[in-house]
Design a binder for this molecule. Structure first.
Ligand SMILES: CC(=O)SCCNC(=O)CCNC(=O)[C@H](O)C(C)(C)COP(=O)(O)OP(=O)(O)OC[C@H]1O[C@@H](n2cnc3c(N)ncnc32)[C@H](O)[C@@H]1OP(=O)(O)O
Ligand SMILES: O=C([O-])CC(=O)C(=O)O
Length: 472
């Protein structure tokens, strides 16, 4: 039987520190749980939405042109999304905070004494769900809650173990996430007849549970396909989400990579609502599919080469260039390689964006990380990323098609993983997939809290369009 109140978690893993053990039990005096924090913000959100509806329901947000219908709905303001907003020139803000703001304000690895100094994905999750910056204690408590919920049910382990190694890791990831719906609190509560106003509670319960389990799913796939890690997915409640993930995939002793994964997973979390993965989670969730089903669908969209898979593509492309011209490509050689790519009819992976018209601030954040880490400064692949970012915008401008000739986040992300030894690039989008949950799931909670309806835009055939427009 499913309880509709959010249960206090029980610790399962061995030897937690006292502080973390207390946090996981939800018993640290005066420290709010994420569930309590979300419960506090929902009445205000509902009030804001009611006011917006009563004051402005009939106001226009712009015209819909045939070019919008034929052009992937680019630029149309047609979704509500609370966690983040993307500006074409200044990039992403999370509840109004830029990435540098988040780097200053969100509790990071140093604040929590974890080794490293990058912001924690837990801090970003809290910000995205509540709009508020958590305290160090709140983040510690959340890390412990996630650790306590991180172990996979054995049937999901068996499902993952049954996949052929040749099945793309993203297909494995989406299938395993979908299978977790077996234990969905939302699905069970819905079957029992939960009230609509309470939908958000089991949605949040499932969402926290899913974020907690993603590292173990990802690590098991990594072990099965690439043989790294010990195959056990042991979780230590004294570690943060990414500390545990790094350990599970066999890089626990690598502080640089662990800290890089924290930054990577925090900043890839949310990119407003219209990108393929976030939009998919929202669309599927609008049919009241539970968070596991909704996020499984989102992962399948993330697996496309024009979206998340681009980070895998970039590395293959960059290594191909190194194979062809050697490790220290000149600007001229890079230019030639870029033109070869374009002339063969392919896109330059890691460049261009549907919304951005300036270099992606996430690319800037990853470049800043590389500048900060002495071990990355001599890396030929990291140097190559930098040089390509100096040459490609000019070539893409000259080519004349791309609306945005600047690097997006994928231009840098995979190359840093490669430098740290995580060189299996078919796996890279799985790491992106751990991250995107941190943005897509909070919106699902908000969708249910605000009672948003099933999404169902109007489509038209060419004949219907011609008739509507009075064309012959
Ligand atoms: C996390 C993320 O998802 S970030 C995006 C990751 N994807 C990539 O890096 C793949 C490479 N980039 C692209 O394919 C595109 O720039 C996208 C998919 C990101 C955006 O697509 P759009 O909004 O349609 O881009 P845009 O309006 O600039 O496209 C106009 C033309 O330029 C082309 N173009 C866009 N970017 C590139 C590029 N990097 N290399 C070559 N051509 C490009 C498009 O294919 C399109 O050509 P077409 O008219 O022949 O169809
Ligand atoms: O915003 C987009 O369309 C693509 C993107 O960068 C993301 O989803 O992170």
């Amino acid at each position: 039987m499913i309880s509709l109140t959010i249960p206090r978690v029980a610790l399962r893993a061995a030897a937690p520190s006292r502080q973390f053990a207390a946090a996981a039990n939800g018993s640290v005096r005066g420290v709010k749980t994420l569930t309590e924090a979300v419960g506090e913000v929902i009445p205000k959100k509902r009030e804001e939405l009611a006011q917006l509806k009563s004051s402005s329901a009939d106001k226009s947000l712009g015209e819909v042109k045939v070019s919008n219908l034929l052009g992937g709905m680019r630029g149309l303001k047609i979704m509500l999304w609370e966690g983040s907003v993307l500006d074409a020139n200044t990039g992403i803000t999370f509840h109004g905070k830029t990435i540098p703001d988040c780097e200053k304000e969100l509790p990071n690895a140093k604040d929590l004494g974890l080794g490293g100094k990058e912001m924690l994905p837990e801090s970003m999750l809290w910000l995205l769900l509540t709009g508020n910056v958590p305290s160090n204690e709140e983040v510690k408590q959340l890390s412990a809650e996630l650790a306590a919920k991180g172990k996979l049910p054995s049937f999901v382990e068996k499902i993952i173990d049954s996949f052929p190694k040749t099945l793309h890791p993203m297909t494995q990831f989406a299938a395993a996430v979908g299978a977790l719906n077996h234990d969905s609190a939302f699905a069970a509560a819905y079957t029992k007849g939960i009230k609509k106003t309470e939908y958000w509670q089991p949605t949040l319960e499932d969402s926290i549970d899913l974020v907690a389990k993603l590292p173990a799913i990802a690590a098991r796939i990594y072990y099965n396909v690439f043989g790294k890690g010990d195959g056990q997915q042991k979780i230590d409640t004294s570690k943060d989400l990414i500390g545990n993930y790094a350990e599970m995939i066999g890089y626990g002793g690598n502080e640089g990579l662990t800290d890089y994964l924290r930054l990577y997973i925090a900043i890839h979390g949310d990119h407003e609502g219209g990108n393929v993965s976030a939009h998919t989670a929202h669309l599927v969730g609008s049919a009241l599919s539970d968070p596991y089903l909704s996020y499984s669908a989102a992962l399948l969209g993330l697996a496309g080469p024009l979206h998340g898979l681009a980070n895998q593509e970039v590395l293959g492309w960059a290594l191909g260039m190194q194979d062809k011209v050697g490790p220290n490509a000149s600007h001229e050689q890079i230019k030639e390689y870029l033109w070869d790519t374009l002339k063969s009819g392919r896109v330059v992976p890691g460049y261009g964006h549907a919304v951005l018209r300036r270099p992606d601030p996430r690319f800037t954040a990853l470049s800043r990380f590389c500048d900060d880490r002495p071990e990355l400064q001599q890396s030929s692949i990291v140097q190559l990323v930098k040089k390509v970012s100096e040459v490609a915008p000019g070539v893409l401008k000259e080519h004349g098609k791309t609306a945005n000739p600047f690097p997006n986040v994928d231009a840098a992300s995979g190359c840093v993983l490669h430098e740290y030894g995580l060189s299996e690039f078919r796996y890279y989008t799985v790491i992106f997939g751990i991250s995107r949950a941190i943005g897509a799931l909070p919106q699902l909670v908000m969708d249910r809290a605000l009672g948003l309806p099933i999404e169902r835009p109007k489509s038209m055939s060419i004949a219907a369009l011609n008739k509507h427009l009075g064309n012959n």
